[in-house]
Design a protein around this ligand. Structure first.
Ligand code: ATP
Length: 282
């Protein structure tokens, strides 16, 4: 594993200590799917540690197993071999410690913004006044004040995704899992939401695992980037992202940014070419 561009896992900006016990530990995970067309090995003997407060971004060719890995961490599915540990305990099902955000917002269309954000808190039986106050705080954090009583079908895609983020944050998960959350958005909305997520990360320091196909998105957001191999997915490379915080899109103009981007691109490109060979059976 080449980490030559990466200086160290500890940065003054994020205060993450390399030798702290991992928040999440993926240990020798293999995932085989069986279908009518036979078996697909999506992940093979994949191991990965994620530290508390890290913003880990996973990139890799289409079909290399990124969503499969995230689903195992979320407890939506279980590994064929190996295990996923959260705070040292095996993940055996969905847990409130992990909040998931999908590309397709997953909002309740019959509930207002306020009711969507309050939903998890209501499930936890939080008293009404407390949950209203909490929801208002996170609606404000994502810049949606004034839209509390609006229904999702009156919101743009970017606004819907902000509701999803507010809903997840309101539940105060220790870990946020995001599967290509901004992929369906136009470029400008996407940049606004990326910068908003960076601000949220800088303020709240959640442990975040984020999947994307965009190297620019990975570099803007992450504290570490993992490139996965072509299927069956394993870790091809890990790169510590030492671009400074507070971070915004201007970071893309720096020499360091271009250096990291070139490095990640060469790794991703090699894996994309391999995945094309897998698909065409060469
Ligand atoms: N439930 C399933 N049954 C059968 N095969 C599956 C299932 N889920 C995923 N796969 C297969 O496992 C492999 C990995 O899929 P996965 O969705 O994890 O990849 P990905 O890297 O997230 O892809 P993309 O970037 O295109 O979203 C693919 O070949 C996919 O077809």
């Amino acid at each position: 594993m080449d980490t030559s561009v990466a200086p160290s896992a500890k940065t003054p900006e994020n205060g993450i200590t390399a030798n702290a016990a991992p928040k999440i530990s993926v240990k020798g995970v293999t995932k085989v799917f069986s279908s009518k067309r036979g078996e697909v090995t999506a992940l093979k003997d994949l191991s990965l540690d994620i530290r508390d407060g890290e913003f880990l971004v996973i990139v890799g060719a289409s079909g290399c197993g990124k969503s499969t890995l995230l689903n195992l961490v979320a407890g939506f599915d279980s590994a064929t071999h190996g295990e996923v540990l959260l705070d040292g305990r095996p993940v055996t099902g969905i847990t409130p410690e992990c909040g998931m955000i999908f590309q397709q917002y997953a909002l309740f269309p019959w509930k207002t913004v306020q009711e969507n954000v309050e939903f998890g808190l209501k499930m936890k039986r939080m008293p009404k006044s407390e949950r209203e106050e909490r929801a208002a705080k996170f609606i404000e954090l994502v810049g949606l004040n004034g839209f509390e009583r609006t229904y999702p079908h009156h919101l743009s895609g970017g606004m819907k995704q902000r509701v999803s983020i507010a809903r997840s944050l309101a539940n105060d998960p220790q870990v946020m899992l995001l599967d290509e959350p901004f992929a369906a958005l136009d470029a400008m909305t996407r940049q606004v939401l990326q910068e908003q997520l960076v601000r949220i990360y800088e303020k709240h320091r959640k442990t975040i695992i984020f999947i994307t196909h965009s190297i620019d998105e990975a570099l803007l957001l992450s504290s570490r980037i993992v490139v996965m191999t072509a299927r069956p997915g394993r870790i091809a490379q890990e790169i510590t992202n030492d671009l400074p915080h507070p971070r915004n899109a201007d970071v893309q103009l720096s020499e360091r940014y271009l250096e990291l981007k070139r490095h990640i691109w060469s790794s991703v490109q090699a894996e994309v070419l391999k995945s094309m060979e897998v698909e065409t059976g060469q």
